[in-house]
Ligand binder design. Structure first.
Ligand SMILES: Cc1ncc(C[n+]2csc(CCOP(=O)(O)OP(=O)(O)O)c2C)c(N)n1
Ligand SMILES: [Mg+2]
Length: 388
């Protein structure tokens, strides 16, 4: 049989197509643009098929928790100025992420927070005084992690990523359908522990949601000096982890995307990575001056994308929120802040000697020596006080 050039030309496109294997990375890839269900003014956009809009009651509850959470955050910052808190990392501007993560989970699921997540923890129902215990300078995290299914707030960057992978693997191994959600910042995705945690979770199909809050800064380091990745969500794909990016100041989209990510993990399909594009409105902590490394125009531009106002506008337009409810929520937030103020305005009673407890099961000789030194210094100070 002779093959004419014409026959080859006609046959080749199809055979070439048939020979191209499907791209295995494609199902893992995030959307080209962050998922968005509301525009910055609060006007609804068409929900993508993968991310149906959450029920309206959940969104009203989200609004309530975001308002209370913001008021808590403002109060905590004020407490640092009054000397009642040693340090406070604000999450103002990140309310949709803080509350959305909590609402996407069950109470029996585990949260692995960083120092930035106080708002998420109070939104989980943990007593705010307990949440602020560590930031007040105590040696313990204030709440019972096992009872609240919430790990202590992690200051060593990204270490919570491996803790979450281990816990989630253990839960699945014991036949429970618990999901672990690990918060992580943009800067911390450059840490080895982030990569080790995501890789372990992927290989062993641990039910973890890695939730990257990309607030565009790691203290003073801007995102452009942190990574050359097109989006932090692409960091999951290299480990075989399906990943998504979402507008982190769009509360409806955040809840929709995280709900799907949690469902994916709970169904036994392994970890999921979500990157939320958001912005830290305040300085890194009260000890930082953000005006030294970012200009006011940038901050103002993000003020226009405020997540609380965005959700309020949307819910009012839908008829799901009225003046009376808005006023009642504001009143609840004020009462919450007043109660926190009162309880934080007391001098905590701490025994300096407790510094040495719980360090080791058997104290080292150095620790014993240091303990004796502190005991002697305290006794001498007390004698001096008595003589005056
Ligand atoms: C292992 C480690 N290295 C450095 C630090 C100091 N540090 C504290 S916060 C921070 C920036 C982290 O930025 P990012 O991950 O974006 O989180 P954000 O503070 O913006 O929420 C750094 C470098 C640390 N806590 N731990
Ligand atoms: Mg950051």
């Amino acid at each position: 049989m002779t093959t004419t050039p014409e026959a080859v030309r006609r046959a080749s496109p199809r055979s070439r197509r048939a020979a191209t294997p499907p791209d295995p990375a494609k199902p893992l890839l995030p959307a080209a643009e962050p998922v968005r269900l509301l525009d910055p003014s609060g006007t609804p956009l068409r929900a993508p098929a993968d991310y149906p809009e959450p029920p309206v009651e959940a969104l009203v509850e989200m609004y309530r928790r975001m308002v209370v959470g913001r008021r808590f955050d403002v109060q905590a910052t004020a407490l640092t100025k009054q000397g009642r808190l040693a340090v406070y990392p604000s999450s103002r501007g990140q309310e949709a992420c803080q509350v959305g993560a909590v609402l996407a989970l069950r109470d029996t699921d585990w949260v692995f927070p960083t120092y930035r997540e106080s708002m998420a923890l109070v939104s989980r129902g943990i007593d705010p005084v307990e949440v602020l215990t560590l930031l007040r300078g105590d040696w313990h995290c204030g709440y019972d992690p096992a009872a609240r299914h919430t790990a202590p707030q992690c200051t060593p960057l990204a270490t919570q990523c491996v803790h979450a992978a281990g816990l989630a693997y253990g839960e699945a191994y014991q036949g429970r359908d618990t999901v672990a959600l690990a918060f992580i910042g943009d800067g911390a995705t450059s840490e080895g522990d982030f990569h080790e945690g995501v890789n372990f979770a992927a290989v062993f199909k641990a039910p973890v949601v890695y939730f990257v809050q990309n607030n565009r800064y790691a203290i003073s380091v801007p995102l452009s000096r942190q990574t050359a990745a097109p989006s932090l969500a692409y960091k999951g794909v290299g480990y075989g982890v399906p990943s998504e990016q979402v507008d982190g100041n769009d509360p409806v989209a955040v809840l929709a995307v995280l709900t799907r990510a949690v469902e994916h993990a709970r169904a036994g399909r392994g970890p999921f990575l979500v990157e939320a594009h958001t912005y830290r409105m305040e300085a890194h902590t009260n000890a930082d001056d953000a005006s030294r490394y970012r200009d006011g125009a940038e901050v103002e531009a993000w003020r226009d994308r405020d997540p609380v106002a965005r959700l309020e506008t949307y819910l009012r337009a839908r008829g799901a929120l009225d003046d009376a409810t808005v006023a009642a929520v504001a009143e609840e937030a004020e009462a919450y802040a007043a109660d926190l103020r009162t309880r934080m305005n007391t001098q905590p009673t701490v025994d300096p000697m407790s510094l040495f407890d719980h360090v080791y099961a058997e104290p080292t000789p150095q620790l014993v020596e240091q303990r004796e030194q502190v005991r002697a210094e305290l006794a001498a100070a007390q004698d001096e006080e008595g003589e005056r």
